[in-house]
Design a protein around this ligand. Structure first.
Ligand SMILES: Nc1ncnc2c1ncn2[C@@H]1O[C@H](COP(=O)(O)OP(=O)(O)OP(=O)(O)O)[C@@H](O)[C@H]1O
Length: 269
C-alpha cells in the first residue's frame, strides 16, 4: 500500500482521442482511501474515459495518474499488470458468461489469476455470493436469473480478488428502482467490508447521493463542481442546481448549438 491518504492521485491530466478534441482538460482529482467516490456529468462528458485512464487502458497526453503511490507508466507493462491486479472494474452492464453457472462466473477471475486449490476457490466464491445474497443461485445459469440478480453476480465477480480499488461504470443502468437501491447498498457494503475504495461513474443522482462520500461533477472536460452530497445539495452554483434537480435547461443547454429555428426553416421574422 502507498503511504498517501489517497489511493488515486490524478494531476493536471489532459486527454484527447485521435480526433484531437480535448475530452479531459487539465483535471486534478484525488480519491481518499476507503471512500465511495462518484463521478457524475452528462452524456459524453468523458466519465468512462476517465475510468479507462485510471485503469491504465488509456494513457494521458499530459499529467499523471498515480495509484497506490505508483505512477502509471504505459510502457512498463509488468508494473501496469501488477497495479491492475488490485483493481476491480465493472464496465457497463458487466455481462456474465452465459455458458457458465453463476458459481463459475464468480470463480473465473480466481481461476485466471491465482493457483488456489479448488476447495479454497469454492469457499471464496460462496462467500462472495453470500455477500450479494445469491449463494443459493450458485448452480443457476445467467438465463435463469433476473437482470438485477445478474448485476449482483457481476458485482461478486468484480470483487472476487479483493481489489483495493473498484470501478463501476453506470452500475444502475437498466435496473428497476428496487434493484437500483439494492445495487447501491451492495456497492457501499462491499466497499466497507473489503476495506477498498470505490469509484462510480453514473448519471443517477438519487442513488449515488445516498451512498457516496464525495462527488465530482464533470462538464466540458473540466471538474465543474465537487463536494460531499450534502455540500452539493446546498450549492447555489447554477450548474450543480441543474444537475442535482435534473432540470432540463440551465447552464447545460437543452438545445445542441444551432442556428435559430426561424433561420433554419426560412421563416422571415
Ligand atoms: N475510442 C474513441 N475514439 C474517439 N472518440 C471517442 C472514443 N471513445 C469515446 N469518444 C468520445 O469521447 C467523449 C467522451 O466519451 P465517454 O464515453 O468518456 O463519455 P461519458 O461521459 O462516459 O458518456 P456516457 O455517460 O454517455 O457514457 C464522447 O464525445 C465520445 O464520443
Amino acid at each position: 500500500m502507498g503511504s498517501s491518504d489517497y489511493i488515486v492521485e490524478i494531476k493536471d491530466m489532459s486527454f484527447a482521442y485521435d480526433t484531437g478534441r480535448l475530452i479531459l482538460d487539465d483535471v486534478s482529482l484525488n480519491f481518499r482511501r476507503g471512500q465511495v467516490i462518484a463521478i457524475m456529468g452528462g452524456s459524453g462528458m468523458g466519465k468512462t474515459t476517465l475510468l479507462k485512464l485510471i485503469g491504465g487502458l488509456l494513457s494521458p497526453d499530459k499529467g499523471s495518474v498515480t495509484i497506490n503511490g505508483q505512477k502509471l507508466d504505459p510502457k512498463n507493462l509488468q508494473s501496469l499488470y501488477r497495479i491492475r491486479r488490485k483493481m476491480g472494474m465493472l464496465f457497463q452492464f458487466g455481462a456474465l458468461f452465459t455458458d457458465m453457472t453463476v458459481f463459475e462466473n464468480v470463480a473465473f477471475p480466481l481461476r485466471e489469476h491465482t493457483d488456489l486449490p479448488e476447495e479454497l476457490i469454492r469457499d471464496l466464491v460462496l462467500l462472495k455470493l453470500d455477500a450479494v445474497g445469491l449463494r443459493g443461485a450458485a448452480p443457476l445459469y445467467p438465463s435463469e436469473i433476473s437482470g438485477g440478480m445478474s448485476r449482483r453476480v457481476a458485482l461478486a465477480r468484480t470483487v472476487a480478488l479483493d481489489p483495493d480499488l473498484i470501478m463501476y461504470d453506470e452500475p444502475f443502468a437498466g435496473l428497476d428502482p428496487i434493484s437500483m437501491g439494492v445495487t447501491a447498498q451492495l456497492i457501499r457494503n462491499l466497499n466497507d467490508v473489503l476495506g477498498s475504495t470505490s469509484v462510480i461513474v453514473t448519471h443517477d443522482v438519487q442513488e449515488t447521493f445516498t451512498i457516496a462520500d464525495y462527488v465530482y461533477m464533470v462538464s466540458s472536460g473540466k471538474i465543474a463542481a465537487q463536494g460531499t452530497p450534502d455540500e452539493l445539495r446546498q450549492s447555489k452554483d447554477p450548474f450543480v442546481v441543474q444537475f442535482v434537480n435534473g432540470l432540463p435547461d440551465g447552464p447545460v443547454k437543452f438545445q445542441y448549438p444551432a442556428p435559430s429555428l426561424n433561420e433554419e426553416l426560412g421563416i422571415k421574422p
